[in-house]
Design a protein. Structure first.
Length: 332
C-alpha cells in the first residue's frame, strides 16, 4: 500500500525519483478498489515534498509523506557495509512466505535462501535475522517504484523468536535504481520490548549496490493461537509436530472476501482451539456438498493451510509442508 502512495505522488511532484517515504498504517487494507489523495507540500530547486492518503470504504488506511529529487551517480561515495554473502540463487532453496487476504504476495514474489528458516521448520532459531534472495515471480526486474513494496513483503524477523507482528510505521530510503536480476536482502531485529520491535532491512542489487534501506516499528502478535508471547506451547503441540493422531474436525467458518479484520475474527473463533504446528498453521480442506461458501476449492489437505494470523490461506508445495502436516492424508 505504501508503494501505491509513492506511485500516486510521482504523478504530481515535479521531480522524477522518490528518495525517502514514510508511512503510518492506520488500519488493515484489503484487495480491491482504493482512492489515493495527494498534495504537494513544498517544492524547491532540488527536492519536492508531498503527502498521500490511501482510503478504502471512506476511511484512511495509510498516510504517507515523501521527498522526491533526481537520483545522481556522482559525488562522494563511502560504504562500510557489504551485500549478504549468499550462495548463487540456483543453489538456494525456495522460501514459502505467507501473506494476508486476497493480496497473495507469496504468489508474486520469489524468495530463496541458503536453508529454510527455522520458524518454518518448526524450530525458531532465537536469532531474529535473515539473508535471502528476492525477485518478482513473473521474472520482471524490480525498479525504484517497487522497492517500498519489496522491503515489507517478507515474513517478520521475530518469527525466529516464536512471535508474529504487524507493521505500524515504515520508513524507506531509496538509494539507487536497481540493476536487473536478483536482489540480495538482509533483515534484522535487535530490540524487542514493551510489545513492539524494530526491523531494519537492506536491499542490494545484482551489481552489489545498496538500492534501498528501511526501518519499521511493528506490534508483536502471538505466532500460535492461544500461545502467550514468551510462554510455552500449549498441551498437545510440540515444536516440530502435533502430538497424537490427527483427526478431522468439522468447523463452521464464515468467509468475508476482501475484509481481513472480520475474517481474522471469524477464523480465530473457529480455528483458535485446534492444534497447529509451531508456526500456528492449521491444515484445512473444503468438503464438497456442504452448504455455505468456502474460500478454497475442494481438494488436497496438503495444498492449503491457514497462516498464523488467520487473515487468509497460504499456498504451499508438498515438499515444503509445515512439519506438523508432512505425511497427512491427501483426502479432505
Amino acid at each position: 500500500m505504501l508503494a501505491v502512495c509513492v506511485r500516486a505522488l510521482g504523478l504530481v511532484l515535479p521531480f522524477p525519483d522518490p528518495v525517502v517515504v514514510s508511512g503510518f498504517f492506520l488500519r488493515p487494507g484489503a484487495a480491491g478498489p482504493a482512492t489515493v489523495r495527494t498534495s504537494l507540500v513544498r517544492s524547491g530547486r532540488t527536492t519536492a515534498f508531498g503527502e498521500a492518503a490511501l482510503e478504502q470504504g471512506g476511511k484512511d488506511v495509510v498516510r504517507a509523506t515523501a521527498a522526491f529529487a533526481a537520483l545522481g551517480s556522482g559525488g562522494l561515495v563511502f560504504t562500510e557495509g557489504a551485500p549478504p554473502d549468499l550462495p548463487a540463487p540456483e543453489d538456494c532453496v525456495g522460501v514459502p512466505v505467507g501473506s494476508f487476504g486476497l493480496a497473495t504476495i507469496a504468489e508474486r514474489i520469489e524468495f530463496r535462501s541458503a536453508a529454510l528458516p527455522g520458524w518454518f521448520r518448526g524450530s525458531p532459531t532465537g536469532r531474529p535475522s535473515s539473508e535471502f534472495w528476492m525477485r518478482f515471480a513473473d521474472g520482471r526486474d524490480a525498479d525504484l517504484w517497487s522497492l517500498p513494496l519489496l522491503v515489507d513483503s517478507t515474513a517478520p524477523s521475530v518469527l525466529e523468536l516464536g512471535a508474529g507482528s504487524t507493521t505500524l510505521q515504515l520508513t524507506v530510503h531509496l538509494r539507487a535504481r536497481p540493476a536487473p536480476g536478483w536482489l540480495a536482502c538482509r533483515a534484522l531485529t535487535r530490540f524487542v520490548s514493551g510489545g513492539y520491535h524494530e526491523e531494519d532491512f537492506e536491499v542490494w542489487d545484482s551489481a552489489g549496490t545498496l538500492v534501498a534501506q528501511s526501518r519499521q516499528l511493528a506490534m508483536l502478535r502471538s505466532a500460535l493461537p492461544g500461545w502467550p508471547l514468551g510462554g510455552p506451547l500449549r498441551a498437545g503441540v510440540q515444536a516440530d509436530r502435533v502430538a497424537g493422531a490427527a483427526a478431522a474436525q468439522p468447523v463452521r467458518l464464515a468467509v468475508h472476501p476482501q475484509r481481513p479484520r472480520p475474517q481474522h475474527r471469524a477464523a480465530r473463533r473457529a480455528l483458535g482451539g485446534l492444534a497447529g504446528d509451531h508456526g500456528g498453521h492449521v491444515a484445512v480442506a473444503a468438503v464438497p456438498g456442504v452448504a455455505g461458501r468456502h474460500d478454497d476449492q475442494p481438494g488436497l489437505v496438503r495444498r492449503r493451510v491457514f497462516n498464523q494470523y488467520f487473515f487468509g490461506t497460504i499456498r504451499i508445495e508438498a515438499d515444503q509442508m509445515p512439519p506438523a502436516f508432512r505425511g497427512v492424508s491427501q483426502g479432505p
